[in-house]
Design a protein around this ligand. Structure first.
Ligand SMILES: C[S@@+](CC[C@H](N)C(=O)[O-])C[C@H]1O[C@@H](n2cnc3c(N)ncnc32)[C@H](O)[C@@H]1O
Length: 294
């Protein structure tokens, strides 16, 4: 299917009617009624204290039912104007993505690698609890991660690494206790927010991406310490990228075992975490936690 872009005259007419592109964007941003989901920056404020500040400013916000750090704001308007934005008290993050981040067992002092980190929602979530090496193949996207982390006060806790995760990591890096592979994927669990994927994705993409994911997993397991945990995640509900991928990888790596944490129990089946798009307004995610034998 070909999606036509509007012709120049049509765009001109729209601009005459509505004003400049910037004005249109601002007007849209001010009037948007879409709820927005936040993760509280636990290094700066508690969820209860942030909810109180929202209430004092008349912001319609409530705690999310599943993620302990999550808040939903009913009509945020321009997010830059929302209470706490300039103080870095929160970051926008889907509740299901928050669950995936929380799936990685993080505590201060552990060596943590986020191998496919940009734009950095999960890196920042992890960096609230430990220092993180954040790798990504795209330099520009790592810059975006920096601009996300700085206002949250987390930049100092993150070491950026421009690196292709299919290739051996620099020899100077020591083994990691926790490795997160939030892999490049079809994104088909996020159709709600990216409806264009319906037209962009082709059937053969799934096999190509599954091959790339396997190659990243094979490389990342090399840098995992004995007793360490590899968390694999995709924002897709395709089995080739999710359970089939993980079970094939496990068959080739008897030193790894699936570990199902109890914290997110209702969404665990066969030891893996699955969220469905549309369910509670979430994105569709798949995640699995694999522990390496000592
Ligand atoms: C699903 S996104 C990660 C989202 C991120 N974890 C977050 O929560 O914001 C996948 C990332 O993998 C990166 N990527 C793609 N191929 C890669 C590779 N071969 N090595 C490392 N990163 C790669 C992409 O640039 C993209 O930023």
């Amino acid at each position: 299917m070909v999606i036509r872009s509007p012709t120049a005259p049509a765009l001109g007419q729209l601009t005459d009617l509505l004003g400049s592109t910037e004005e249109i964007a601002n007007r849209w941003a001010k009037t948007t009624a879409e709820p927005v989901t936040l993760r509280v920056n636990s290094t700066r404020i508690t969820r209860e204290a942030l909810l109180q500040r929202f209430a004092q400013k008349g912001v319609d916000a409530r705690a999310l039912p599943v993620s302990p750090a999550g808040i939903v704001v009913a009509s945020p308007g321009r997010v830059q104007d929302l209470e706490g934005y300039s103080e870095g008290l929160w970051q926008i993050q889907d509740e299901a993505a928050q669950l995936v981040g929380a799936f990685a067992p993080i505590r201060e002092g552990l060596r943590v690698l986020d191998a496919c980190a940009a734009p950095g929602g999960k890196t920042c979530q992890l960096a609230e609890h430990a220092r993180v090496v954040a790798g990504d193949i795209h330099r520009g996207k790592l810059r975006k991660l920096e601009t996300e982390a700085s206002p949250l006060g987390l930049r100092e806790r993150i070491e950026l690494l421009e690196h292709d995760a299919t290739l051996p990591f620099p020899s100077g890096l020591k083994l990691f206790d926790v490795v997160l592979v939030d892999a490049p994927c079809s994104g088909l669990g996020t159709l709600r927010r990216h409806p264009e994927l319906r037209y962009r994705r082709k059937e053969e993409d799934i096999a190509r991406l599954a091959k790339l994911q396997r190659s990243i997993l094979e490389n990342c397991v090399q840098i995992l310490a004995p007793g360490g945990v590899l968390v694999y995640a995709v924002c897709s509900t395709e089995p080739e990228e999710g359970e089939e991928q993980v079970f094939a990888f496990l068959r080739a790596h008897p030193e790894l075992a699936l570990e199902a944490p109890a914290a997110v129990d209702p969404w665990i089946a066969d030891g893996c975490l699955r969220t469905l798009p549309g369910d509670r307004g979430w994105d569709g995610f798949f995640a699995a936690r694999l522990r390496r034998a000592r």
